[in-house]
Design a protein. Structure first.
Length: 320
């Protein structure tokens, strides 16, 4: 019986090739759209630091302009600051060929690793994709690579313990961190990050960036004034911005907008599909009338139409 319904449904689909092709394509586009959105957002997550108790007291100090670069040591030891000042990721060791050695094999790649403060990944609560835990403060000559870089170089092999030779220095890969998140106020996760205990610069020659935690109970104006005084420049030249201002809102807005767009495309595809099916049913009203006259039951006609719809959706899924 099912084979009979399938044959009739397939014959009708082939009879109206253009209309069914449009239906299949519209559903496939909707499936691809929502799948693409979900795939993209699966790699986008709220910054881990959002769950830390000092998140709402963390500030990003950034100063633009050539010859306005400050040293990280300029901000250490502030009375209104908790802990130490941390540099932004972005100070590159230099241009050169990087040699990676692992399990007796050697990889050479043109890649420019970045220097980071040993405590930066721990401060921002960046997670390890190997252990799932927070990456601990790094030691001298430690290196951390991103999940994307690890996949490109090592494939499915565990890269922990591999060494990186860069100029006259040798670093050991101690962990693999999650990829960057969508958040413009936290550090960019580069492919290869190496510790530099002597790091005292930020970003590049025209931009200085540092992260500081304000002590509990301290007023923002007092905190910002001490920073400006220490750097020896008016407040108008600097930017002391609380990183939690728009972070969670940005994350929620991104996911909401993308999901809305994806579901709207899917909804439009379903509406287009239903309109095409209704048009096909209308075109076949004479055929259906003849089937009723010849003794076809309502449930038999219904099953025939449902089978056609199911085949169309299956073909759409396969195409998507």
């Amino acid at each position: 019986m099912l084979n009979h319904y399938f044959k009739i449904a397939w014959r009708n689909i082939m009879k109206y090739k253009l209309q069914n092709a449009i239906s299949i394509l519209s559903i496939a586009i909707g499936i691809v759209a929502i799948s693409a959105v979900h795939s993209f957002l699966s790699n986008v997550h709220e910054p881990r630091i959002c769950n830390e108790p000092y998140f709402d007291r963390t500030f990003k100090v950034i100063i633009f302009g050539e010859n306005n670069v400050f040293k990280l040591s300029d901000l250490q030891g502030l009375e209104t600051m908790e802990g130490e000042a941390l540099s932004e990721i972005g100070y590159t060791f230099g241009n050169g060929q990087m040699v990676i050695k692992h399990n007796g094999q050697q990889y050479k790649t043109k890649y420019y690793p970045d220097a980071i403060n040993p405590n930066l990944l721990d401060f921002f609560a960046i997670r390890s994709v190997v252990t799932g835990k927070r990456i601990a403060p790094l030691k001298d000559n430690d290196a951390v690579i991103s999940q994307k870089f690890a996949k490109r170089i090592f494939g499915d092999e565990n890269p922990i313990g591999a060494t990186i030779e860069y100029f006259d220095k040798e670093f050991t890969i101690v962990d693999v961190c999650e990829n960057s998140t969508f958040y413009n106020k936290t550090p960019r996760i580069n492919g290869v990050m190496m510790t530099d205990k002597y790091l005292d610069f930020s970003a590049n020659e025209e931009t200085s960036i540092a992260y500081l935690v304000m002590k509990e109970g301290v007023e923002y104006e007092t905190f910002a004034h001490e920073i400006a005084s220490r750097l020896g420049r008016p407040r108008s030249e600097g930017w002391v911005d609380q990183i939690c201002n728009n972070g969670q809102t940005d994350y929620i807005s991104l996911t909401s907008v993308l999901y809305i767009i994806g579901y709207m495309i899917l909804l439009a595809s379903i509406i287009g599909f239903l309109r095409m099916q209704i048009q096909l049913f209308w075109m076949r009203k004479r055929e259906i009338a003849l089937r009723v006259i010849n003794g076809a039951k309502k449930h038999q006609i219904f099953l025939t139409l449902i089978t056609e719809t199911a085949i169309t959706i299956i073909l759409s899924s396969v195409l998507a």
